[in-house]
Every structure is written in C-alpha cells, then in structure tokens.
Ligand binder design. Structure first.
Ligand SMILES: Cc1ncc(COP(=O)(O)O)c(C=O)c1O
Length: 461
C-alpha cells in the first residue's frame, strides 16, 4: 500500500495517542478533513457516520453554527485573559452559573481546567487540600475501580484501572486502590444473581476500606457508565449499595461525568440515571461539545469554606492553569449549555433512545455477539468465540479491530476497546433514521467479520 504525502508527513512528525506506534509506521493515519452534522469526511472524500462522536464528545455534531459564532465573537472581543489573582471575564461566571444550575448535587462553585484528566487530577488535589484543612491529615487514599477510566496525568492515570495506562509508566502511584468492576456479564460468579453480585461488590469495598483503615480512605471515584473500560452499565442497585458503604466511612464521592454528562444517558447527568448522590462531579468533553478543550470540577459549599480557610492560613489558593476558564472555552461552554437547554437535548435523546437501544439489543442474535448493553445513546457489543461459555477470541486475532475496520469500509467510524468490545456513542443530535443507518452498517460489518472468522477457523479453542 502506498502512502499519501500527507500520511508520510504525519508519520514522520506526530506521535499518536492510543496507537501501536510500530504498526502505525506501515498503516499511516486516517486523515479527517471536515464534518457536517453527525458525519465526517476523510481526505479522500469518503463520508462516515462518527459513531463514537469523536472521542465520546462531539455531542452537537460537526458544524454547529452557534458554537462557532460564540467562539468567533469571543475571539473578536478578547482572545485571552486569565483568572489568576482575582482577574476575570464575564464568560467564566456565565459558564459556571449554567453548570451549577444543572449539576446533580448542591454545587457551590466551579473550578475550570482544560481536560478530563486535569479535572480528575484537580479532584485528587482538592480532596487532599480539604482533608488537610479539616486536620484529617491521614485521610488521603483514593479508591477507583478496575476498568474505570479517569485520564492519563500521573494522578488520573493512577485512578484509571486499565493495564495499558499503568504498564511501564511506573503507575499507579501510591495511595490509589482499585476495587471491583461492576460488569455482571464478565465477573458474576456461576449462578450469582445481579442482586447477589452487587451485594458482594459492596461487601468487598467495605472490606477494602476496613483493611486500609477508614481514617486513611478519602475518596471514591466512579463513572456512572464506564466508558473506555468497555461501556459497562452497572446492574440496578449497584450505586445504592456502594454509596451506603461510602457514607458509613465518610468517603467523599466523585462522579466522573466526563462521558455520561449532558444528556448521554437520557438524563442531564449519569448520576441521575443511576441514582448517584455525588459530592462533586468532573465534566469535560460535551461541556463544549468538544469545540474547545475545557473541563471543570464542581465544589460543594463545605469544600469551598475549607478552601477559604486555607487561603487565610497560606495566603493563596496555590493552584491554577494559564488556561483555567479560558474565555473562548468558557464562551463556548456557556453557549453549549444554553443550547442543551433551549433545544431540550435530553428530550431529543429520549426520543431516539428506544430505537438506539432496540438496534443494539438486536445485535445479540448475531453469532459473534456475546453481550449487548445500551443506555440512552451509549452502548456496546462484546464479541466472543463461544456464546454459551462466553469464551473470548484470542486477542491476537484482533476481532474487535476487524469489526471496526469493516464498519469503516461501510461508512461508519467506531472504536474497539480491550476485550473485543465495540463501542457506540454517536453525537446526541442523531435522528432515528440515522440510528438505523448506523446499525445497518454495524450489521454488515459483523456479517463480514463472521465470514472471515468461519473461513479462517478462528473459533477454535
Ligand atoms: C470518564 C472519563 N474521565 C476522564 C477522561 C479523560 O479526559 P481527557 O481525555 O479529556 O483528559 C475520559 C476520557 O475519555 C473519560 O472518558
């Protein structure tokens, strides 16, 4: 295969995240040139449905004029001014007010940053700061979950519970403990009901806290639905049982809403869908519909008062990025949140969610599909070699990647996650008709890969 000039330039200059850097030198990049609604076009003019909304983020699609205009207007007014040392600009408060108004807990203030990783990093620092302010100097450990995804900075990658984010990076750092993943299909014991499964997980969490010493356990972080770890939708009752344990040991609860926030699960926040009562949330991605790298954490009144107390003691809140509450990002975030409200994005998701969920569920009949899951406009299929004993394919066979490649040939961009899981997470503006178009392509892709699996005898144990 001969590579285009653009591909060669890319190979020789750019390091690509989450890419096999060795094979990439032969395959080269897929270069996306432009977008329109839920579609993107590559540099060969081919059209694709963006079935993962980029990286679970382009909620309003690829040519939302109001967002472009909000950015242009802010650039014209002033492209940069900061929020250090008491300086500000009006867009910061506008975005913060809108976020506070819809947050799934009593948010007092908002601390902006640039990415989901930074948001979760800030969460770690704020919890440490808060507990120091309260004189609880030993209460510093974090509990997150196996297969959870919280980002890639030193602290947030430590919270992440995926091997590729730790291996040879000398992570996780000390003081981060990983507890069970609520993936019933994969981790339930034989004969265990969902209720027994979630009771066991809550019991394990309690035992972990006791073993570590409750006086040293500060916080627990969880995505409502695990995204990058495999689109794991927790069984009913899971978060209620987990939260009872957290409450008992005074453990601060952070909901990582970076994927689930802003309508994705059929409510404004995943916390509402799963009856979570967090002390704080991390948001990013759809906060600006990915039109600008902006993210945030919410801060409750108690935490805020402790931060004020620290300022009295130390003289300053010694944290912040050059681009904290960047005016263009804040203007876009404020406009994005305004659009969610005025166009009733949650109502729209609910109107297409039945088609989406039904089309995902229908894939369970396919010989390659061991499990399907969907909630709102996020879903996944888990591909297996044997449906009855759930035996996985040899990872080297790359069956998940083969389905993604076949989907791409059929005009649909998807993403394969570890464990031959293929994720679906289209822009929230998708219509019922487009959902059908998307899953027609998924079915074709599965049939093509099934033919390949049969021909090559890849099901052999
Ligand atoms: C739930 C969750 N938290 C945090 C992050 C990290 O966000 P970012 O890639 O913006 O640093 C992600 C990214 O996919 C995510 O899915």
């Amino acid at each position: 295969m001969s590579l285009s000039n653009a591909a060669v330039r890319d190979i020789e200059t750019v390091i690509h995240p989450y890419t096999n850097l060795d094979t990439f030198r032969t395959t080269g990049p897929m270069i996306i040139e432009r977008g329109e609604g839920i579609y993107v076009f590559d540099n060969g003019g081919n059209k694709y449905i963006e079935g993962l909304a980029g990286l679970w983020c382009t909620s309003l699609g690829y040519n939302e004029k109001e967002l472009m205009e909000a950015a242009a207007e802010q650039y014209r007014q002033i492209p940069f001014t900061h929020t250090f040392g008491g300086k500000s600009h009006e867009r910061a408060a506008e975005a913060a007010e809108r976020l506070k108004a819809i947050a799934p807990h009593a948010a007092s203030k908002v601390l902006f940053c640039g990415s989901g990783s930074e948001a979760n990093d800030q969460q770690v620092k704020l919890v440490w700061y808060y507990n120091n302010a309260l004189g609880r100097t030993k209460k510093k450990k974090f509990i997150s979950r196996i297969r959870g995804y919280h980002g890639v900075t030193v602290a947030s990658a430590s919270l992440t519970g995926l091997p590729a984010n730790h291996r040879d990076f000398d992570l996780p750092m000390a003081g981060v403990i990983h507890t069970d993943c609520p993936h019933y299909y994969r981790y339930a014991e034989p004969g265990e009901t969902e209720d027994e499964f979630t009771t066991r997980l809550a019991k394990n969490l309690e035992e972990t806290i006791i073993r570590e010493d409750p006086d040293t356990v500060a916080a627990f972080i969880a995505e409502p639905i695990m995204g990058a770890g495999g689109v794991v939708v927790p069984p009913a009752g899971y978060f209620e049982k987990i939260q009872a344990v957290l409450k008992k040991y005074d453990v601060y609860f952070i909901a990582d809403e970076v994927i689930c926030g802003f309508g994705r699960t059929g409510n404004m926040f995943g916390s509402e869908t799963f009856n979570m009562k967090p002390d704080s949330i991390s948001v990013a991605k759809a906060l600006s519909s990915a039109y600008f790298p902006i993210a945030a954490v919410t801060v409750g009144e108690e935490m805020y008062q402790a931060m004020i107390e620290e300022s009295r003691k130390i003289g300053i809140f010694g944290h912040g990025f050059t681009y904290t509450a960047h005016p263009v990002g804040a203007a876009i975030a404020a406009k994005t949140l305004e659009i969610y409200e005025k166009r009733n994005i949650v109502g729209h998701v609910r109107s297409v969610q039945p088609t989406f969920e039904a089309r995902v569920a229908r894939l369970a009949d396919h010989p390659l599909v061991g499990h399907t899951r969907a909630c709102g406009l996020i879903g996944a299929i888990e591909l297996v070699a044997n449906k009855s004993d759930k035996r996985a394919f040899d990872p080297a066979a790359g069956i998940g990647a083969a389905v993604v490649a076949a989907a791409q040939r059929n005009g649909l961009i998807l993403r394969a996650l570890a464990g031959d899981i293929v994720a679906f997470c289209p822009p929230l503006i998708i219509t019922n008709e487009q959902v059908n178009e998307m899953f027609d392509a998924v079915e074709k892709a599965l049939d093509e890969v099934e033919a390949h699996v049969t021909k090559e005898g890849l099901r052999a144990a």
